[in-house]
Design a protein around this ligand. Structure first.
Ligand code: SAH
Length: 215
């Protein structure tokens, strides 16, 4: 069997570059971040396959291509400040950090957040802060954000996140009903106005509140 390093480079060329992701910082980050460390041990040999994988607690780590595409849509400059809602395994946060961003990530399931925090620390991603909580309200203390990436799907775009987006900032968010395809939406704030466009259909886990009720 090929080693994981080799599999990762093939993932970048066959699943990501070939499908049109071209941002050099994103491609480099995807070729560096050890995705196999972010999945449960039983799935390590599948870490570089073209699919999402379970990470426990009914949650999933997104397909590599989706991580890359959403990262590219944020159009971040070096040193940009990014809010992530849905830390999960911490993989998406690591990819953004590897591109040079300062990442603020919120996870509602305490056990997942704690594990992600530990792993990100162990891998040296000091530019990621993880908080346990409900990301629906954003993270006002650290706003405004140049980029906001939401990796769980609400039925509508949370008002607080729009408010916390910086002028010229980009937000990517899956929007739609639970258990059906959602629209991945790209929002940009230009002269205080929000401009929206649909990117493509996606399937994310729902965004939930502390009572487990979907937003
Ligand atoms: N970005 C992750 C994938 C996350 S899956 C990765 O790279 O692995 C989506 C995550 O969103 C789940 O862990 C889920 O618990 C979390 N989530 C759901 N609703 C949330 C909310 N209101 N606030 C913060 N996180 C939430």
């Amino acid at each position: 069997m090929q080693d994981l390093e080799e599999q990762r480079q093939q993932m970048v060329s066959r699943q990501i570059r070939s499908r049109g992701v071209s941002d050099p910082a994103v491609l480099t980050a995807m070729s560096i971040v050890p995705r196999h460390r972010f999945v449960p041990a039983v799935y390590q040999t599948m870490a570089y396959e073209d699919r999402p994988l379970p990470i426990g607690h009914g949650q999933t780590i997104s397909q590599p291509y989706i991580v890359a595409r959403m990262s590219e849509l944020l159009a971040l400059k070096k040193g940009a400040r990014v809010l992530e809602v849905g830390t999960g395994s911490g993989y998406q946060a690591a990819v953004l950090a590897e591109t040079g961003a300062k990442v603020f990530s919120i996870e509602i399931i305490a056990a997942l957040g704690a594990e992600a925090k530990k792993l990100l620390g162990a891998l040296g991603y000091g530019n990621v802060q993880v908080k346990i909580g409900d990301g629906y309200q954003g993270w006002p203390e650290h706003a405004p954000f140049d980029g906001i990436i939401v990796t769980c799907a609400p039925t509508h775009i949370p008002e607080a996140l729009q408010t916390q987006l910086a002028e010229g900032g980009h937000m990517v968010i899956p929007v739609g009903p639970e258990d059906r395809l959602q629209k991945l939406v790209l929002l940009r704030k230009i002269k205080g106005q929000i401009i929206q466009e649909k990117v493509f259909d996606v399937l994310f886990v729902p965004m939930k509140d502390n009572q487990g009720k979907s937003y």
